[in-house]
Design a protein around this ligand. Structure first.
Ligand code: PGA
Length: 895
């Protein structure tokens, strides 16, 4: 939006170009008056941030906006941020240092680790990004699609092209896309349904992951000089995660599995069709191996034109069988039905075997290139990693629900009247007894409560999904709020009701779905090692884990943060992981940690590469799963190139964290850990003191931040609170973090840490930790980014919204003091004069946005006042939602 005066604080030429075009669009479509108003507010704000004296002190131009102008103005600023993000992402596409596979291999080689050792590790590895529908993506898909189209056009422009393949002038095409963006409604009108969320994620799977992963494997194969096993796969929660989401049920699970599976199968059909067109080898021109001839003969393809083309005939037969598989599993014919009839494949392995036969034949003909790489090689790889299911869907439910369901099942089966009244030991004994035989509790003719019936239906749907789409379709059942062993056993008892847990003839248990604890409060994290030790002490459970070879534990970043504050959460996650490793080693079971983290720092966000490398030594054993949610999905997996980079980063970090040795001296680690324990204890006291122990904190928080308004955003299918209470404990972590971000306090990203650092006596030790310990560096780096995005001056305006101003000043005063402590201590420990001094690119990026955010914050506050005063105009509510959207876009993180 650089106007005539070409006035931009960005050095990035793409930001300038897109900003100028946006200005032109606003003038053309919004009119001269809106353009001038916007330009005035923008330049005044930029001047203020540049420290130009007097700028905007008396008039920032906001007062002159009527409600319609306000909505248009906010849209303009939101789009500017969107385009600035786009421009930066194009530059940021480069890897973080050390994050390419080549770099990781080179580093490991330097440390004396051979390619064979690396391959051996990979054969026991599993690295999975797990897509969730956690509601933090504020942008509509249409807006993201326009943005991606502009990015593609910018890439052509970089290559020196002046027109598109269709002959359109590139700059005009970009302008047209921006004009479309301007005229596209940014807010969703309708509530999102679970099926919408499934479809959104499916679009990424279809357009990005199906292509990106096989492509990446080819790169690894080249770098390793050998074919690696399928160690990176895709996961999803959408349609199976019903913790606090009443709309997820057996029906959504069936929908997700069928839609995802159908997408994979149709992708394979399309690829086979293309291969059929390509592989025109005639038996007259080349000798065909018996195996291929046999496949060709089995195909039933009798077309005379293909009589001498065995590969085409073989592929027609494969196509026919796969089309029949589509009919059998999905319930209808694929878009291009087969002219032949074929038996459906029993599973993806059979399909793979046929494809390998074709590939081996080609290789024998000397065309090795086609079989190891190329379209056929990529297809074989895709079938290996995506199977007929595409992404592994997890189940998730809260332990409270399981407890009620199991209690009802036990009562109605006449086993025990009041399960809830039993103590832990009695529960464990009873559940183990249930797990020692195959007689089910659930009766086909028994009437159950709605809740129990729903839970039984979903596990039955899970069993059917496994039968139809293979074991990999569903492998894991995550239990929110796991406190004890009985929470994990309850899930196995539940799974047993659908045959997913069974006792074999020889008395050994087996389970096709793993019961996985999610530890997410500070107390539960602290108890996690003991809980797992007790779990492994139960012989059937140890037998199950040993037979599987690994056991997963999920750790929750957001809820532990909400419970204990930033520093304590980070520390307890570290401590729990460290202490779990020997428990697993003793049980002889590989540990697989599943990190439940979001994009914002208060929810474990920050660089994935740094985060994985900062894990305690010995806790990443080649196996890791990580949630990917909300705005992070578009940022990391929006295009095939982005996805390849992100997945490569994740895999490289995992390999390094598993095999590379910790460069820090052991004695230092001991000192550093002792210091962290002390810091964490202090930070915890400060954080809990404010959030849970200060009278009046709840109304202060509810009135100061737009928490109530955020709940009205249509960005997810689930409610924003698990219960009707307004206790912080019951609020979900996402709106908690989201609302503090909007008010520019970002409290979950730092509160308590500053005071702890400031009170800590040995400043030299803090400096040493900041200089040498990657774990502590990551903590500080993430906090620094958050501090740079926060603004206590703007936050003070939000504090003005609180009715009891004496209370507000008291509490906000504590927050401001804590903020200054955090900043000063961080600068001292890292030896910087100002925040982000050592990270100029990030500093520039944030500084570019700040002048655009402040007017949005001020307008949001104004609108909130009017809304809360009961003004009825619906444009006020819309305006608030737009400002939330615009601020989130500019901050690049929602909640
Ligand atoms: P949850 O997720 O509320 O679904 O447990 C928390 C988060 O991702 O922040």
């Amino acid at each position: 939006m650089t106007g005539q005066n070409n006035y931009s604080i960005s050095q990035n030429p793409d930001v300038r170009l897109l900003g100028k075009m946006l200005g032109d669009v606003i003038r053309a479509y919004g009119g001269e008056k809106l353009f001038r108003q916007t330009e005035y507010i923008r330049s005044t704000s930029v001047d203020r941030f540049r420290g130009i004296e007097g700028a905007g002190e008396s008039d920032r131009g906001l007062g002159a906006l009527n409600l319609d102008d306000t909505l248009n103005f906010v849209r303009g600023f939101m789009l500017f941020s969107l385009l600035a993000n786009l421009a930066e992402d194009r530059q940021g596409l480069a890897h973080e240092e050390g994050a390419t596979v080549e770099e990781a291999f080179a580093r490991l080689k330097n440390e004396g680790i051979s390619p064979d050792a690396l391959l051996a590790m990979l054969s026991n590895s599993l690295i999975v990004p797990v897509l969730t529908a956690h509601p933090t993506e504020v942008r509509r898909k249409s807006i993201i699609d326009h943005k991606n189209r502009i990015a593609a056009l910018m890439a052509m422009r970089d290559e020196g092209q002046s027109s598109t393949a269709d002959g359109d002038d590139i700059d005009s095409a970009i302008y047209r896309q921006i004009a479309l963006l301007w005229q596209t409604r940014p807010l969703r009108r309708e509530k999102l349904f679970v099926t919408d969320e499934i479809e959104n994620a499916r679009a990424y799977m279809q357009e990005v992951f199906l292509t990106a992963l096989p492509k990446l494997y080819m790169r690894w194969e080249k770098a390793l000089g050998a074919r690696p096993p399928g160690f990176v796969r895709l996961g999803t929660w959408i349609g199976g995660d019903r913790d606090g989401n009443p709309f997820v049920n057996a029906e959504t699970l069936r929908y997700a599995v069928t839609r995802d599976g159908g997408t994979a199968i149709r992708h394979y059909l399309e690829s086979i069709h293309k291969l059929g067109a390509e592989i025109s080898i005639s038996s007259g021109m080349s000798e065909t191996p018996e195996s291929v001839l046999a496949l060709a003969d089995k195909s039933g393809d009798l077309a005379p034109s293909r009589a001498d083309e065995p590969y085409r005939r073989a592929l027609s037969g494969i196509y026919a069988r796969l089309a029949a598989t589509h009919v059998a599993l999905i319930g209808d014919s694929p878009p291009r039905p087969s002219a032949l009839t074929g038996e459906p494949y029993a599973g993806p392995d059979e399909l793979r075997a046929d494809l390998v036969t074709v590939a081996a034949g080609l290789a024998k003909d000397g065309d090795g290139a086609l079989s190891s790489g190329g379209a056929l090689g990529r297809l074989i790889r895709a079938v290996e990693i995506f199977g007929f299911h595409l992404a592994t869907l997890d189940l998730r439910q809260n332990s409270d629900v399981h407890e009620r369901v199991i209690a009802e099942l036990l009562r109605k089966a006449g086993v025990v009247d009041d399960y809830a009244a039993l103590d832990e030991q009695a529960r464990v004994d009873l559940l183990l007894e249930e797990l020692s035989h195959n007689r089910p509790l659930a009766g086909a003719w028994t009437a159950y409560s709605e809740e129990t019936a729903k839970e039984l239906a979903i596990i039955r749907a899970a069993a059917k999904a496994q039968t139809d789409f293979g074991r990999q379709a569903i492998t894991t059942y995550n239990i929110s709020k796991t406190e004890s062993v009985s929470d994990m056993l309850e899930v196995y008892v539940l799974l047993k009701q659908a045959g997913l847990y069974q006792i074999g003839e020889d008395g050994t248990p087996s389970a096709t779905i793993m019961s996985v604890p999610l530890f997410e409060t500070i107390a539960d994290l602290q108890a996690a090692p003991a809980t797992m030790k007790a779990f492994f002490a139960l012989s059937p459970m140890r037998a199950l884990a040993k037979a599987r070879g690994h056991q997963e534990v999920m750790i929750g970043y957001s809820d532990s943060n909400k419970d204990g504050g930033y520093l304590t959460s980070t520390w307890e996650l570290y401590e729990a992981s460290s202490a779990l490793a020997p428990v697993f080693a003793e049980a002889g079971v590989a540990m697989q940690l599943f990190h439940g983290r979001g994009g914002a720092v208060g929810r474990g966000g920050g660089s994935a590469f740094g985060a994985i490398l900062a894990q305690p030594q010995g806790t990443v054993q080649g196996r890791i799963r990580i949630t990917e949610q909300g705005e992070v999905i578009a940022a990391k997996y929006g295009t095939v190139d982005n996805a390849v980079t992100s997945l490569e980063t994740m895999a490289s970090a995992t390999m390094l964290a598993t095999l590379s040795s910790d460069p820090i001296d052991k004695a230092d680690v001991v000192r550093f850990k002792a210091a962290m324990a002390e810091l964490s204890a202090r930070a915890f006291t400060h954080y809990r003191g404010l959030v849970y122990e200060t009278e009046g904190f709840r109304p202060f928080f509810r009135q100061m931040t737009p928490i109530g308004e955020i709940a009205t955003l249509k960005i997810g299918s689930r409610p924003s609170s698990r219960t009707a209470s307004d206790a912080i404990e019951d609020l979900r972590a996402i709106p908690w973090v989201f609302s503090w971000a909007q008010a520019r306090v970002m409290l979950p990203g730092w509160y308590g840490t500053g005071q702890a650092l400031a009170d800590f006596g040995d400043k030299g030790l803090l400096k040493a930790m900041a200089g040498e310990w990657s774990y502590f560096q990551t903590i500080l780096a993430n906090m620094e980014m958050v501090l740079a995005k926060s603004d206590m001056g703007i936050a003070a305006h939000y504090a003005g919204l609180v009715e009891d101003q004496a209370l507000s000043q008291r509490l906000f005063g504590r927050i401001t003091d804590g903020w200054h402590d955090a900043r000063d201590s961080l600068l001292d420990a890292t030896g910087q004069a100002h925040l982000l001094e050592a990270h100029p690119a990030l500093n520039n990026s944030i500084r570019l946005r700040l002048p655009y955010i402040e007017p949005l914050n001020l307008l949001q506050i104004e609108l909130m006042k009017r809304y809360r005063a009961g003004e009825a105009d619906e444009r006020i509510g819309e305006g608030i939602q737009l400002t939330i959207n615009a601020i989130a876009t500019a901050l690049r993180n929602s909640g």
